[in-house]
Design a binder for this molecule. Structure first.
Ligand code: ATP
Ligand code: MG
Length: 282
């Protein structure tokens, strides 16, 4: 009977970034299988070491940071957006203003620090607040973005991290009412061009926060890498926002993962096991 790799062998090969077909190989007997495992493991260890040497001797920055930099350059140097820096700790009130309170699906995913403060699951509340302050000073349009850690309790899986990096850009008062979706599409196209990605899909989607028909997702190989939304929106009033706006949230690790064709997002997340997609404890 044909033998496949043991569970432990499959896990080890997958950690070392073996491709799916190699992990699914079958052998006539256990001896042959174990011999193949040892030789594959040896090769993969060398490949992982080479990747870490290449990082030290080459770009010196992991892929997710390179992606972040490309988007930051596009936003600041071409698209006229200004970077802002806001707190990672978020108050219960700010979250409630996004309608994320006890009965909301996202509420269960929130990491609470104490009764009043949590780790932000998204950048939107801070950006709403900051764009209203800046609109009073700058007038229209206000174009700002932030990139930084967000936290959600996820049931894990290969596409979700508990701590991930979101880049969220918003433009307030720079788009005519009725033209938001067209402008969102334009933004998605130029973001993908800035990243050198041409194989993607744009799909209208339901959003748990913003509702349906007002969102646009960017999908790569069927996986959501970014979500766009626009207003006027029913949440706007309580933030003191009255003009049309558009916004996009990009998942930096999702973009890194698809760029490198990794099957698991852990490879490009904050980690002590992986760096730049390579396994560290080899
Ligand atoms: P999903 O449906 O895939 O869980 P989402 O629609 O809840 O994602 P958004 O709130 O739209 O996510 O966040 C914007 C982007 O942030 C997503 O398009 C995705 O790229 C990224 N993102 C969201 N949650 C995570 C996570 N737990 N780990 C990594 N990236 C994430
Ligand atoms: Mg989404």
């Amino acid at each position: 009977m044909a033998k496949e790799f043991s569970v432990a062998q499959k896990q080890r090969l997958t950690e070392l970034n073996a491709d799916e077909a190699s992990v699914a190989r079958r052998f006539d007997d256990v001896k042959e299988r174990d011999r193949a495992f040892r030789s594959m493991e040896k090769e993969l260890i060398e490949a992982n070491k080479d990747a870490l040497f290449a990082l030290r001797d080459g770009s010196r920055r992991p892929i997710q940071l390179e992606i972040e930099t490309k988007l930051v350059k596009w936003l600041t140097e071409e698209a006229g957006f200004t970077q802002v820096v806001t707190p990672i700790m978020l108050s219960r009130e700010m979250l409630a203003k996004m309608t994320i309170s006890e009965d909301h699906p996202l509420f269960e995913q929130v990491f609470w620090l104490d009764q009043k403060k949590c780790l932000r699951p998204m950048l939107a509340p801070n950006l709403y607040d900051e764009m209203r302050s800046l609109q009073k000073i700058w007038g229209n349009p206000v174009r700002i973005f932030e990139v930084g850690p967000c936290f959600r309790k996820e049931s894990q899986g290969a596409r979700h991290l508990n701590e991930f990096t979101m880049l969220n850009c918003v433009e307030l008062g720079g788009v005519k009412d009725g033209e938001q979706m067209a402008k969102l599409k334009e933004m998605a196209v130029s973001a993908m061009a800035a990243l050198g990605i041409d194989d993607y899909e744009l799909v209208g989607d339901d959003s748990v926060v913003y509702g349906s028909e007002q969102t646009l997702d960017v999908l790569i190989d069927g996986m959501e890498v970014a979500s766009g939304a626009y207003g006027p929106h029913f949440l706007d009033d309580q933030w003191g926002i009255f003009d049309p706006w558009i916004g996009f949230g990009f998942g930096i690790e999702r973009l890194a993962m698809t760029t490198k064709k990794y099957r698991n997002i852990k490879r490009v997340g904050r980690s002590l096991q992986y760096l730049n997609g390579a396994r560290l404890n080899i």
